[in-house]
Design a protein around this ligand. Structure first.
Ligand SMILES: Cc1ncc(C[n+]2csc(CCOP(=O)(O)OP(=O)(O)O)c2C)c(N)n1
Ligand SMILES: [Mg+2]
Length: 787
């Protein structure tokens, strides 16, 4: 690893940067411990220590050190910069820094930059009604919570895509670096274009420890770590030490060098036409965990060990020795030199800091984006398919997305991400307008790869998700297309993003961000050549646990409804939109205008399919493309064999409509729900996913006892499309049996039909096992009743 020689800081600069660092450390410790006496100008009493000490010290001095030195770089170079805190548990550090630079008090005027404000700053931290212990949406300048470790680097990369003037400095915990998502995201440098994108400076924070263990990367030796980082395509710079003065000089010299290096790489690509993939710099910062904290507590070493992770003097309120040690620790930062009589930071500490939007807490990229704009969306109606025509829904969508890419090319604010599935998911038309971005070697056999593409494919759903989140959080737009089953890999990341959105909705100063849009295709019912491993519709259930104000789930039944839903989602902000749609050839059920109306309503009675005249004997409902066709096929059978039976067909696109208005803003009012689903007739509901979800959503409805749901019952395998339905009892024959079983008085009258349905299922079973394909009457079935 490179070690940069030199001592660029003069005495005055060294002294003020060290004073700033001490101030940030003092404010961090104060937040963790104190609820009174913030400047320690009187003796510290036990009741001035919080009764519950909740926070993390160990990571914090390192985070503060980096922040201090980045301020120097920003001020000297007027560099646009954001700070991504991988170890988000170092929350007090980031709050301390944005308070020092002044942004905190601008956003939260109660927390002024004086003794009163400092007292409130300390008390509110990790305190009921206050702010969380981690870097949070409440922290100005943050786009990354960091509570769940692993996503910092992909967020940082997402933030700088198409932001050529921005540098995202990303502090990565050495523990965090062990996570799968973080490990995969080093490869983001093969997707970052030095001409059109900004830069990420990863700083691997090698403080040596996690909660109770050493970190792997801290124990493999410099040679191996150097080889690892070089293997990932980076050029490592080492900053190591435990003497503050020496580390200040080394870090300053190293940052000067790496920012020169970043500028040189960008210059070569932007002005020199270089197309080589650069070896971007990475800094390895090896300083003690809990540096400047208590060296020993109760006779055991703390500074420089895993014991510094949380709260080193855990009995400060009850134990006089701990209390005295706390006071001594805080006074070691010499607060009298740092804060003036009123409790404001001394001018020498803050007068050299970046100002205005150059402050990392105030950078507009970290709050909705520097240049947010809505997408230009071509009129989806012009891409509609004629009703009755067969279409692959996602292929039709691909044509529209291609033109979305074209229409927004000059604004550079739209990206499509996915794990190697754009073509497989039949969105390949976008590649007529753009490439899949690729900065590594391109061979003659490759197709549609190039250094500037709008499509980003890496076989790490985590990295895809992280990139897209970073991109959205900085005000741009995107879509994640994924196999339905494997999107579960990012369940946990979705949780975190949903939390972020929930909290930001209550922060008036946070600007809305474009929605996180998923297109889940290659779904459970049509995993024809992959089978059981690829069959899982449970992501919808997962998402439905989140706050109603944040999540939306759409199940468009055909190509035209998919177009309408996608248009809606790409216009929206602050949501997580999940669209589930098939890619296989299927009939187009609604013309484009009817599709738009149906989607605007979210659900509706398909009077052209039923014959109920307002007095149904049974309601056949469907949500999802495959269930919708099955319901239509069952309706067809019923109308042929039991023409006197009054069948109502209902289709649901927006799953949230099923909930009461009290539960979700999209909820259908009870009278409307009762009018559509009746209050007393059986409802046979064919649903795309696990059936219990429909019960969860409708359990408060009057007619809930009569709602019977068919869906995926975890019966999957590699078999024919119709056999999948039979295995899960959602086939048309079973739906007819369900109707016969549920409609009062029908069992006896329709006993023969029911028996025929049982026989059909047996016939089907034998046929597919003999021939390998579905019965001709199933394969060739089409809705051919006049509307
Ligand atoms: C994915 C995930 N797993 C586990 C944890 C619990 N956890 C919180 S901090 C921590 C140790 C982190 O160590 P490191 O990344 O080295 O941070 P630092 O040393 O800077 O505190 C762990 C395991 C977590 N926050 N996220
Ligand atoms: Mg660590």
């Amino acid at each position: 690893m490179h070690v940069v020689e030199g001592a660029p800081l003069g005495a005055a600069e060294l002294s003020r940067i060290d004073a700033y660092w001490r101030a940030a450390n003092y404010l961090s410790v104060g937040q963790i411990y104190l609820m009174g006496n913030p400047l320690l100008r009187e003796p510290l009493r036990p009741e001035q220590v919080k009764p519950r000490l909740l926070g993390h010290w160990g990571s914090t001095p390192g985070l503060n050190l980096i922040y201090a030195h980045l301020n120097r770089i920003i001020a000297a170079r007027r560099q646009q910069m954001i700070y991504v805190t991988g170890p988000g548990h170092g929350g007090p550090g980031l709050v301390a820094n944005v308070w020092l630079e002044g942004t905190y008090s601008e956003v939260y005027p109660r927390i002024s930059r004086d003794e009163t404000g400092m007292g409130r700053l300390f008390t509110q931290f990790s305190f009921p009604g206050g702010v969380p212990s981690h870097v949070a949406p409440e922290t100005p300048g943050s786009i990354h919570e960091g509570g769940e470790l692993g996503y910092s680097l992909s967020h940082a990369y997402g933030a700088v895509l198409d932001n050529p003037d921005l540098v995202a400095v990303c502090v990565i915990g050495d523990g965090e670096a062990e996570t799968g998502p973080l490990a995969a995201s080093w490869h983001s440098n093969k997707f970052l274009n030095p001409a059109g994108d900004g830069a990420v400076l990863p700083i691997l924070h090698l403080n040596g420890y996690k909660i109770a263990n050493p970190a792997v990367l801290a124990r493999i030796g410099d040679g191996e770590l150097d080889a690892l980082l070089r293997g990932y395509g980076y050029e490592p710079y080492l900053v190591a030490g435990d003497d503050p003065e020496a580390v200040h000089q080394l870090l300053a010299a190293t940052l000067d060098t790496v920012f020169d290096r970043i500028a040189a790489i960008q210059h070569a690509a932007r002005d020199g036409g270089s197309t080589d993939r650069p070896q971007w710099p990475v800094i390895v910062l090896r300083t003690p965990k809990g540096w400047t904290g208590p060296k020993q507590v109760d006779g055991v070493p703390v500074e420089g060990t895993w014991r510094a992770h949380q709260v080193p003097l855990s009995a400060a309120r009850d134990d006089a020795a701990h209390l005295a040690a706390l006071r001594e620790w805080m006074l070691s930062y010499r607060p009298d030199e740092l804060f003036d009589a009123a409790g404001a930071p001394q001018p020498s500490i803050v007068d050299w800091l970046p100002t205005g939007e150059l402050r990392m807490g105030a950078n507009p990229h970290a709050n909705g984006g520097a240049h947010p704009r809505d997408l230009e969306l071509p009129d989806f109606r012009e891409y509609g398919v004629k009703a009755g025509d067969t279409a692959e829904a996602t292929r039709v969508l691909g044509g529209w997305l291609r033109d979305v890419v074209k229409a927004n090319e000059k604004y550079r604010n739209f990206r499509l991400v996915g794990p190697d599935e754009t073509e497989s998911n039949r969105l390949g038309a976008v590649l007529e307008a753009t490439d899949k971005v690729w900065e590594a070697r391109i061979d003659p056999v490759d197709q549609h790869l190039g250094p500037h593409g709008r499509v980003m494919e890496i076989l790490s759903e985590h990295t895809c998700q992280g990139w897209l989140e970073g991109y959205l959080l900085t005000g741009r737009h995107g879509l994640f297309s994924c196999y339905e089953a494997f999107v579960h890999i990012v369940d946990s990341m979705v949780n975190q993003h949903a939390k972020w959105l929930k909290v930001t909705r209550k922060l008036s100063w946070r600007k809305p961000i474009p929605s996180l849009n998923y297109l889940l295709t290659s779904h459970v019912w049509r995993q024809d050549h992959n089978g059981f491993s690829h069959q899982d519709p449970g992501f919808i259930d997962h998402v439905m646990n989140k706050k109603a104000e944040v999540v939306r789930v759409y199940l468009p039944p055909d190509a035209n409804t998919l177009l309408s839903v996608a248009d809606h989602c790409l216009r929206s902000r602050n949501y997580i939109n999940v669209i589930v749609a098939g890619k296989q050839p299927e009939p187009t059920l609604l013309d484009i205008d009817a599709a738009a109306l149906h989607c605007a309503r979210g659900l509706g009675i398909w009077d052209w399919a039923g014959n109920d005249d307002g007095e149904p004997d049974v309601v056949l409902a469907a949500a999802g493309d495959v269930p919708t066709l099955e319901v239509l096929a069952a309706t067809d059978l019923l109308r042929r064999h039991l023409p006197e039976l009054k069948v109502r067909v209902v289709n649901v696109v927006d799953l949230m409509r099923l909930q009461p208005t009290s539960e979700h803003p999209h909820g259908l009012p009870d009278p409307e729900f009762d009018a559509i689903f009746t209050t007393d007739r059986p409802v046979i509901f064919a649903y795309h996913g696990y059936p219990w979800l429909i019960h969860r959503l409708t359990y408060r409805r009057t007619n809930h006892p009569n709602i019977h749901v068919r869906g995926y019952k975890e019966e999957g395998t590699t078999t024919t499309p119709f056999d999948m339905l039979v295995l899960n009892d959602m086939d048309r024959y079973h739906l007819v049996m369900d109707v016969i079983d549920r409609v009062p008085g029908l069992a006896r009258r329709a006993a023969v039909l029911r028996q025929q349905m049982v026989d059909k299922r047996a016939e089907h079973r034998a046929y597919v096992r003999r021939t390998g394909e579905d019965l001709p009457e199933v394969r060739d079935w089409a809705w051919n009743r006049p509307a």
